[in-house]
Design a protein around this ligand. Structure first.
Ligand SMILES: O=C(O)c1ccc[n+]([C@@H]2O[C@H](COP(=O)([O-])O)[C@@H](O)[C@H]2O)c1
Ligand SMILES: Cc1cc2nc[nH]c2cc1C
Length: 372
């Protein structure tokens, strides 16, 4: 297998088509309600049109939730209100239908795919439909040791790339990306603080099930210690993911970048996906153009990361369960924006003048898309 060169993504990732975006804006000018009167839904519809390279924008008909799952050694420090090593149990519950993402996905008719990257459980105990890409059992305790070897990080990154290719090849038209982890918000905090150059306290939040003050202090200290280990490898993103990331983080970073290569738009969930996106931005600066921030979960590290990528979350509902649930909440908005942009009729022509070259404003004519 050829060695992985992350710099290739810089060239492979193009921006969504600016010309198509202008065509989408021009179409909105001709529709019955003024552009801007649908607020952020107007921006959303135009962004999606550019991502699809299609005017009118196509409906989102084959969305999917893709979740990467892993346990993190740092959870042994008591930085999470969830039991260390408990991510496998959550994975079972998601697929059995009993978690928030299961309920929302059922209601919206969206399939959920879960990839095991580093769960700390017997693989036999997992439901059959879990996608198996495990590179190790639990990522390392990042305050004192590396999360992964470089080889494991590369294998995990490649697994994420492969899953993105499978989604693009099978006709998925939008992915809601999420994670199932224990200790993941601590790892995310380290990556965000390292890449934004801020202190541990700035990114230390209360996690999935809010932790108490003592646990918050342990979490802040763990992030501080891991940050010291992160700083020397800041210039090498694969090494950074190996040192203070984890297998699920490496896979999500690979997934996000390859989705951008394949022009597959991705909706980000919470702080964990935001941290992976930030690593991805360091690798390929154009990549964030393909991502949509669904919601503001309230984790301070998420706000920091999204701000760095100039991504503005659509919703604020205080959803901190992770697992793609907050991300999925944005799907109906995306679908609404697409329907409005595609289906609102155009205004009737103001005059009945014959359509001659002279009667048409030349500058406008050059911007009007050929729709038929
Ligand atoms: O989305 C967020 O910002 C968010 C905030 C707190 C917790 N979570 C989810 O909770 C899980 C990890 O939480 P923790 O407290 O064990 O680090 C993981 O699946 C996260 O996606 C997610
Ligand atoms: C308007 C808009 C602009 C963006 N830029 C990057 N992702 C984006 C998503 C949306 C929705």
């Amino acid at each position: 297998m050829s060695s992985l060169n992350l710099d290739d993504f810089t060239d492979l990732i193009e921006r969504p088509d600016g010309g198509v975006r202008r065509d989408a804006e021009a179409r909105r000018e001709r529709q019955v309600v003024p552009p801007g009167s649908l607020g952020r839904l107007d921006d959303l519809g135009e962004w999606l049109a550019a991502a699809q390279s299609a005017v009118p924008v196509r409906p989102v008909e084959r969305p999917r939730v893709v979740l990467f799952a892993g346990d993190h050694g740092v959870a042994e420090l008591g930085v999470s209100a969830r039991p260390a090593g408990g991510a496998g149990e959550l994975v079972r519950q998601v697929l059995e239908g009993g978690r928030p993402v299961s309920v929302l996905a059922r209601r919206l008719g969206v399939p959920v795919r879960i990839v095991d990257m580093a769960l700390d459980c017997d693989p036999e105990s997992l439901p059959e439909d879990v996608v198996r890409h495990r590179v190790r059992r639990g990522s390392g305790r990042i305050d004192v040791e590396d999360a992964l070897t470089l080889q494991e990080a590369e294998a995990a990154f490649r697994a994420g790339v492969a899953v993105a290719d499978e989604e693009a090849d099978s006709g998925t038209d939008l992915v809601v990306l999420g994670d199932v982890s224990v200790g993941g918000t601590t790892v995310a905090g380290v990556l965000v603080a390292a890449l934004c150059g801020v202190d541990a306290s700035v990114v230390t939040g209360r996690g999935g099930l809010a932790i108490d003050d003592l646990a918050w202090m342990r979490k802040c200290a763990a992030i501080r210690d891991a940050l010291r280990r992160a700083r020397p490898v800041l210039g090498d993103q694969l090494q950074l993911l190996a040192t203070v990331g984890g297998a699920d983080f490496a896979a999500m970073t690979g997934f996000l970048l390859q989705s951008a290569v394949r022009k597959l738009p991705v909706v980000l969930d919470g702080v964990v996906t935001a941290a992976c996106a930030l690593v991805g931005q360091r690798i390929a600066f154009r990549a964030p153009d393909w991502w949509l921030a669904a919601h503001d979960s309230g984790e301070p590290g998420q706000a920091k990361a999204l701000d760095r990528m100039a991504l503005e979350p659509l919703l604020t509902q205080g959803v901190t369960v992770g697992e793609g649930a907050g991300g999925l909440l944005a799907l109906p908005l995306v679908q609404a924006a697409a329907a409005l942009a595609a289906e609102l009729p155009e205004k009737p022509k103001e005059s009945e003048e014959p359509e001659t070259a002279e009667a048409t404003d030349a500058s406008e004519a050059s911007e009007v898309p050929s729709e038929q």
